[in-house]
Ligand binder design. Sequence first.
Ligand code: MRU
Length: 351
Amino acid sequence: MVEAIWTVRKENGNTEVHLIDQRLLPSREIVVECRSHGEMADAIREMVVRGAPAIGISAAFGVALGAQELAGVRDPEEFTKRMETVERTLAATRPTAVNLFWALSRMRPLWETIAPRTPEERTTTLFREAQAIKDDDIARNRKIGSFGQALLPQSANVLTHCNAGALATGGYGTALGVIRGAVEAGKSVKVFADETRPYLQGARLTAYELAADKIPVTLITDSMAAMVMAQGKVNAVIVGADRIAANGDTANKIGTYGLAVLAREHGIPFYVAAPFSTIDPETPTGRTIPIEERSPREVTHSGETRMAPEGISVFNPAFDVTPAKYITAIITEKGVFSPEELSRHLGRPGQ
Ligand code: MRU
């Protein structure tokens, strides 16, 4: 299975964080080596690494890189001050995936507590924690896969959007984790992958990942989903999430909302697969989820080729919000919840 993020210990004793450059897949498998928190922040912002859980894991490693850069700083107060800047830099990269902020707030009490220790101890402790976040994410995904696969029929035809696979997580995937879980349980699974305009995570990454695992996958453009559903070719839609509000409203890759409405129209269950690190109890409904807007160039160009007139006005939101009422169930590592059950579980019913 492909891997998005891993560490490499160098001869000088330093640790580097290596990322497969997801901007170039599937045509080129190039590794980006991050030696500083600044390089990691750039990698997240520029989408070398992407996908909510993978962004969180990368940010945690970014914190560890930041501490490693402070090897010459012995004064705990100075260390804490400089780590606050590291955290701010990483937090400013992408606004929607809550896993980023979840991971940063898991790292913070640790670097605050260990500030008086030696530079070596600080760095080792923070890299260990970032690795634990990654390992824990893989374990959560396997549970999501196991709970989720039970919802699928013996012969499953699944439509998915964007990439919620091994590349978007510590490994195994959320939506693709459910698909992998079903394959491992001996079910016959065929996948339709939406290409996912404009960034093509479905065409470039999901198709690549599933083909590498020899899971049958058929690529369609986003606008073909309605016809594929109308023709009875899909019996489940499964997507990942970037942020799930307390009432179950879910932000995910642009185009997800439309798919959910289509699934409802055609009587097809619509599942969101995500770990609890993607659930944001502090955001009551989808209305207040911050939605990232990205460069117009992603819409006007295909690679280096201009596809639209010079100077054209472009709207390019990277995510949309699917209202909870369209979501059949949210598949988590703690089990399968309806949006209402999830709200009750969080102790904050939707408003
Ligand atoms: O802009 P991206 O590629 O980071 O968006 C990714 C998605 O929308 C995924 O579906 C989501 O993060 C879930 S990944 C398990």
